[in-house]
Design a protein around this ligand. Structure first.
Ligand SMILES: [Ca+2]
Ligand SMILES: [Ca+2]
Ligand SMILES: [Ca+2]
Length: 363
């Protein structure tokens, strides 16, 4: 699956065909769409580039040399980066290889790729953090190839009794997740120990699913005891947020609300929520501060079979944020975001791992 946001390709675009070509391997075809600069008809007729582009899991355009021709940067699922030098008009030179499994440089599988606003295949969250009974926090980095890194990291700070771990995606320029402890009244950054400014009085839930009001900075959501959801706009800092601004009422019906980036595939961060009856809904982000979510859509039922859901960001490198769920037996299940809507939002589950039952929280 190719993904990419063609932010600035000299106002042009290069996209894979939605249909496979006719060759024996079913390779997708890449087409070049020259920009016109007009809002009503932004692109000229497409120009054939070549076939065979389905070997890449990530693909972006970047203008990084003097000729002002956009290059294509592409990463294979096993982490080899190829740069296809642009020659203009949708033509590309022989690709240059950088790094990968057989090279001295590390694979690119855990890289965000790369440049330009909006080009964020992994929106700010790169794995999950798991809290042990002792309060020790383990971080499992996702490799964007469908798996977590073999080695987990232990964070310096612990989650104390009476605290919950809260994760927030992409609050600062480094586009990583920040982790906080929540004691029911204050949100404290896990590693710096700094407390988030502003009142959280009467708040029963906090989450940070990414940028919801379209300014490119990750935001927080909080729910009060009456079930009203509030948006606290990010400022690029881990401790200072604007607002709160009311989103809407009626969120008290949900047991879990979570998200870490764009689930639906339109580039805007979304959230999902579980009802007490086990139904899971997606609230698609709109990017608008005055109405940050579209009306909910039902994804499916039976989610109360799980004791924990978590948002790992994009776990398999297709540009859409995925979900994981833990059952009573300690098995962690992977739900890939499909790019389709409603009951097809998530693909059928697959086993991600076993032995996750000992953690008291996944975030
Ligand atoms: Ca924002
Ligand atoms: Ca979305
Ligand atoms: Ca994904």
């Amino acid at each position: 699956m190719l993904t990419g946001t063609w932010g600035d390709v000299s106002a042009s675009a290069v996209v894979p065909s939605p249909q496979p070509s006719h060759d024996a391997w079913g390779d997708p075809t890449l087409y070049y769409y020259a920009g016109t600069g007009r809002k009503d008809t932004p692109f000229k007729a497409r120009v054939f580039v070549s076939t065979g582009w389905n070997s890449y899991s990530k693909l972006i355009a970047a203008d990084n040399h003097a000729g002002r021709k956009a290059d294509l940067w592409a990463v294979t699922p096993d982490g080899v980066l190829y740069v296809h030098p642009g020659k203009g008009g949708g033509r590309f030179g022989t690709p240059l290889r950088f790094g990968g499994p057989t090279s001295v440089t590390p694979p690119w599988t855990d890289s965000d790729l790369f440049v330009n606003s909006g080009v964020t295949p992994v929106y700010g969250k790169h794995g999950i953090v798991a809290v042990e009974a002792s309060g020790t926090v383990r971080e499992y980095t996702n490799l964007t190839n469908g798996h977590f890194a073999a080695t987990r990291r232990t964070l310096d700070a612990k989650v104390q009794a009476g605290q919950r771990l809260i994760s927030a995606a992409a609050l600062t320029d480094d586009n990583r997740a920040e982790h906080y402890t929540w004691n029911g009244s204050a949100l404290t950054h896990l590693t710096t120990g700094k407390t988030v400014k502003g009142s959280f009085s009467g708040t029963d839930l906090v989450l940070g699913p990414g940028d919801l009001n379209g300014d490119g900075k990750g935001d927080l959501l909080s729910r009060d005891a009456h079930g009203t959801l509030w948006l606290r706009g990010g400022t690029g800092s881990t401790t200072t947020f604007d607002g709160p601004v009311e989103v809407s009422a009626g969120w008290g019906a949900y047991q879990q609300i979570l998200g870490a980036g764009d689930i639906s595939g339109d580039g805007r961060a979304d959230v999902v929520a579980t009802g007490a009856d086990g139904r899971l809904y997606i609230f698609r982000g709109t990017g608008r501060a005055d109405a940050p979510f579209a009306p909910r859509e039902l994804i499916g039922g039976g989610w109360n079979a799980y004791d924990t859901l978590a948002a790992p960001g994009d776990l398999n490198g297709d540009g859409r944020a995925d979900l994981v769920a833990r059952d009573a037996g300690g098995t962690l299940w992977f739900y890939r975001a499909s790019g389709y809507d409603t009951t097809r939002t998530l693909d059928a589950r697959t086993v991600l791992g076993k032995g996750w039952g000992a953690f008291k929280q996944l975030s």
